[in-house]
Design a protein around this ligand. Structure first.
Ligand SMILES: Nc1ncnc2c1ncn2[C@@H]1O[C@H](COP(=O)(O)OP(=O)(O)OP(=O)(O)O)[C@@H](O)[C@H]1O
Length: 206
């Protein structure tokens, strides 16, 4: 589902990364500074590899040899960060609907009502985002990512800013997203337990 073979460079950091895996949910692990976030950013179109190719489910996002470099907004990438990065001037509904794209063809695959039900956030819709718990905010961030009609979901340590109890609360929602939306997912984490609960394959950057 995910095929990438890229040469990355950020300042003095330089490395080659190759992932070619048919698993739908891949954990990306490795020590601090190994380049995990840079790989996600390269898939999202926020960092340009020096060379190489990135393909998601047969769709080419980047291919330096053929001059292909889709802009970020055309890559159909849903990105969930360590902190939820919700917009403070919008309520939860406004955050969810922000960046909702019409699907490439036909009706959007992910609809507000279904996403709200999947993530259990119906009671939060009219709330300001500033007083949500960390776990609630992350569920809204995942919902916002899904409503952008992505073809892949990228998670950059989405549980690491939460305490143990909140982490355990969020895991079942991530499992539901994994099992019900069935998108390719690349999940950065360094917690073995979390990876065991969520991923089908692990790719280690050392
Ligand atoms: N904008 C930048 N300019 C220069 N160097 C950068 C830039 N962004 C990242 N780097 C360097 O690239 C390397 C990889 O960073 P990256 O954030 O991808 O690592 P990571 O594996 O995600 O680390 P962590 O687990 O700490 O988040 C690091 O050495 C970092 O200092």
């Amino acid at each position: 589902m995910l095929k990438l073979d890229i040469q990355l460079k950020r300042g003095r950091f330089e490395r080659h990364v190759r992932i070619d895996d048919e698993a739908r949910v891949i954990a990306l692990t490795g020590p601090s500074g190994a380049g995990k976030t840079t790989v996600l950013n390269a898939i999202a179109g926020l960092v340009r590899p020096r060379s190489g190719r990135i393909e998601v489910d047969g769709r080419v996002l980047f291919d330096s040899a053929h001059g292909i470099d889709l802009p970020a907004h055309r890559r159909r990438v849903g990105y969930v960060f360590q902190d939820a990065r919700l917009f403070p001037h919008l309520d939860v509904r406004g955050n969810l609907l922000y960046g909702r794209h019409a699907a490439a063809e036909g009706a959007p695959r992910f609809e507000l009502d279904a996403v709200v039900a999947l993530l259990g956030i119906g009671a939060l819709l009219a709330r300001r985002t500033t007083n949500l718990s960390g776990g609630e905010a992350q569920r809204v961030a995942i919902g916002r990512a899904l409503l952008s009609q992505p073809a892949i979901l990228l998670f950059d340590e989405p549980l690491s800013a939460l305490d143990q109890a909140r982490r355990e609360e969020l895991i079942p929602y991530l499992q539901r997203v994994r099992d019900e939306v069935r998108l390719p997912m690349l999940y950065v984490s360094h917690r073995a337990e979390e990876i065991r609960q969520l991923a089908e394959a692990t790719h280690h950057l050392d």
